[in-house]
Write a protein that binds this ligand. Structure first.
Ligand code: ZN
Ligand code: ZN
Length: 75
């Protein structure tokens, strides 16, 4: 394990923790700076996709996907 040696940086602009205050995404664990934080209901994520995953619940796949594709034949 060498995570402590690896330098943390914003996944968007690459600013390091020495330059800006980095926060960690609750969903994917990546780091981002305040300029590139995606804010949603008081929480901050690295991207809109992670914010959506957080609120929709990642890992709970018992429910059927409501966006299931349907192809109705056209006549
Ligand atoms: Zn940034
Ligand atoms: Zn993320």
């Amino acid at each position: 394990m060498s995570e402590n040696i690896e330098e943390r940086h914003c996944l968007v602009c690459g600013e390091t923790q020495a330059q800006v205050h980095l926060e960690r995404c609750l969903v994917c664990g990546k780091y981002f700076c305040p300029d590139h934080a995606f804010k949603r209901t008081g929480r901050r994520f690295c991207s809109a996709g992670c914010a959506r995953d957080f609120f929709w619940g990642v890992g709970d796949e018992e429910d059927e996907d409501p966006t299931e594709e349907r192809h109705e034949p056209e006549y």
